[in-house]
Ligand binder design. Structure first.
Ligand code: ADP
Ligand code: MG
Length: 639
């Protein structure tokens, strides 16, 4: 897994991980916990909260990426209570601030907010209090601990900066907190020009540490964020220990009201729409939900086709006009629109708590993306479903679409691995993914922070049961697939993943966009008996899944070719191929070659109401009986 900062060519693995370990007890730890309980009523730190609080108390520049609802606010609100000065929080939305101020005041914390909607009198009072602080005149009880402002305040309000300078000179300006920090980046979806002006903070107040908070921070956004806020550079390889570079934290959050599952995606668009409509009607007939689609076009088509199936949909993507977006939000809140079909542009500002389901029409570009987008469900804490519709061949489209994005290949492998895993808890998969993409290894999390690592007990993988999948030795079919890929390569042919699967099964690919010059028949005419000792005896779905497994494990790899219409992505023998292909079929049948097992989804056991595979069932029957034969034969061979 590539961590965001690896992508930037930096290595900060050791800046906090082992050089300065913020995940241990410090002299202030007991006091932190005491106040956390007394003021906020919270017993235990969650995820990386303790680490961030420690780094905060240590006056470091910090980037903290935690999902929405993770508890980012505590990471600055709690340390703010331990210092004499004021913590300035920059937040994009007044509604977000209102919430925070209300909570803080309830807890007896001196917090104010200073925005365009603040009245003159209020503004004057806040002003007076800050000036009094700067002059050391106020009693410490009256001191403002937290001051919330919109970025406009920094960018446009002439009187505010001098006030901050007064505080700064009096050493009463403790920290800048930039909430929703991804808004600084034009590469993000929530870009706010005023955030760019925050650049001034480091220039005018170089000694004030910065804490940047976000739930979404892809590498490009992180680079922008560090540039704009002029955050200290993370350590480079070979740097001396103990320098004060930015510390980076990231953590997933287990939300027990979210029920994750991955469902097989039907082959045809029509079947897919039927399946989705059935699913919504059966489980969420009167609920609000979001369907995330890969492209604007997809979002529009899905919306149209579902509304034909009597579901009240709306569309949201980057090309929808501002007023239309506003109308959609309104209609959604009023319940006139039930399901928003959207691209990932639909994000910030979804203040709807009762989203009962988030469906992914196609696998998203990364595990992070899946996590963020599905995380918009169930914000009110009530049960919600997160369903990912997956079919292996979507890999091709996703790869084509993201070919220009740095690091996209590794990210796609990660999401494919997530989608194809049938046996491990989805929440643990998330936790592992996020901890490996962070500098903080799981082992350095404290026990309380590791709480997230118990199997959730209610995702598809936790509830599947051992009869929901078959674990098989796949050496032979993998060897056959590889033979086909290698011979194709030798004869100048190129196959996409589904073409490879279908050719290996002895079927023509049936796709006109085939890379070889010949028609489907000629491709099917590859003499499988000669090349691979026969066709692969597994169903189409299983062979495609196996191809993906071979891809993410290095037996196959992507090859990119530009065509007149764009880049096409084929699969060819990968770096590990020789480990398998150097054996003969006889060798493989005798159990030689690398250990290779794969868990296949068991198809005979369909849940009621899942019309998803009804059509495919007939298609796959032939394959399944062959599959059984194949299994028997392999067993015979081995005994
Ligand atoms: P974020 O800003 O990351 O979206 P918030 O800071 O608004 O999340 O916190 C979300 C909710 O979680 C709040 O109601 C907060 O009180 C609660 N919370 C924060 N930390 C903890 C914790 N360690 N244990 C229990 N609840 C917590
Ligand atoms: Mg927040």
């Amino acid at each position: 897994t590539i961590s965001p900062l690896d992508d930037m060519g930096l290595d900060i693995t050791r800046s906090a991980g082992s050089r300065i370990d913020y995940h241990t007890e410090y002299e202030w730890s007991d006091a932190l916990r005491g106040k956390m309980k007394a003021v906020f009523g919270i017993d235990n730190f969650r995820l990386c909260q303790h680490g961030v609080c420690n780094a905060n108390m240590d006056r470091r520049d910090i980037i903290c990426v935690m999902p929405t609802g993770g508890g980012k606010s505590l990471t600055y609100q709690l340390p703010a209570l331990f210092v004499s000065g004021c913590t300035l929080v920059i937040s994009p939305l007044i509604s977000l601030m209102n919430d925070q101020i209300l909570h803080l005041r309830e807890a007896g914390v001196e917090a104010v907010m200073f925005t365009s909607s603040t009245s003159k009198e209020e503004a004057r009072e806040i002003d007076n209090r800050l000036v009094a602080m700067a002059h050391g005149r106020s009693g410490s009880d009256a001191d403002i601990k937290l001051c919330y402002v919109t970025p406009e305040k920094i960018a446009k309000n002439k009187a505010f900066m001098p006030l901050l300078e007064k505080l700064y000179k009096a050493r009463k300006l403790e920290r800048f907190v930039i909430d929703e920090a991804h808004c600084v980046s034009e590469a993000g979806h929530d870009y706010r020009p005023d955030y760019q002006k925050l650049n001034v903070l480091r220039k005018v107040f170089p000694k004030v540490p910065i804490l940047a908070l976000s739930a979404t921070c892809p590498p490009k956004v992180m680079q922008d964020l560090m540039d704009v806020l002029q955050m200290k550079q993370p350590l480079h390889h070979g740097d001396r220990a103990g320098v004060d570079g930015t510390v980076y934290f990231t953590a997933p959050l287990y939300r027990k009201n979210l029920h994750y599952s991955v469902l097989p995606k039907p082959m045809s668009h029509k079947e897919m729409m039927n399946a989705m409509a059935d699913y919504i009607m059966k489980h969420h007939a009167d609920h609000s939900g979001i369907i995330y689609c890969l492209s604007k076009k997809d979002a529009e088509t899905v919306s149209e086709d579902l509304s034909e199936r009597r579901i009240k949909t709306g569309v949201y993507h980057a090309d929808i006009g501002d007023s239309q977006k506003e109308t959609l939000h309104q209609r959604w809140r009023q319940g006139l629109v039930k399901v928003v079909c959207a691209t990932i542009a639909f994000g910030l500002g979804i203040d709807k708590g009762d989203v009962r389901f988030v469906l992914h029409h196609t696998i998203p570009k990364s595990v992070q993306g899946l996590y963020q987008e599905s995380g918009r469900a169930g914000r009110d804490g009530h049960d919600a479903d997160c369903v990912l519709y997956y079919r292996p061949q979507d890999f091709t489209r996703l790869s084509q679409l993201t070919v220009q994005e740095k690091g996209s290949r590794a990210k796609i492998h990660d999401i494919l691995r997530f989608a194809q895993t049938l046996t491990e808890c989805r929440n643990i998969l998330f936790a592992k993914y996020f901890s490996s993409s962070s500098q903080i290894s799981m082992s350095s999390w404290s026990t309380e922070e590791k709480g997230a690592l118990e199997p959730c007990g209610h995702c598809d993988n936790c509830t599947r049961g051992s009869d929901g999948f078959v674990r098989r030795d796949v050496r032979l079919p993998a060897w056959q697939i590889l033979r086909v890929a290698e011979v194709a390569q030798q004869t100048g042919k190129r196959f996409t993943i589904n073409q490879l699967a279908s050719v290996a099964r002895g079927r023509s690919s049936g796709t006109s966009s085939a890379a070889s010059k010949g028609k489907g028949k000629e491709k099917a005419g590859m003499d499988l008996d000669e090349i691979a000792g026969g066709a692969v005896e597994l169903s189409n779905d299983d062979v495609e899944a196996l191809c993906v497994d071979m891809l993410i494990n290095g037996y196959l790899k992507e090859e990119y070719h530009s065509q007149s219409y764009g880049i096409n992505v084929y699969v060819v023998a990968g770096a590990k191929a020789v480990r398998l292909s150097r054996f003969s079929r006889e060798d493989i049948e005798q159990g030689k070659g690398p250990e290779m097992e794969y868990c296949f989804l068991k198809k005979s056991r369909k849940k009621k109401g899942e019309s998803i595979k009804s059509h495919k069932k007939t298609q796959a029957t032939g394959g399944e009986s062959l599959e059984a034969n194949g299994l028997k034969r392999r067993r015979l061979t081995r005994s």
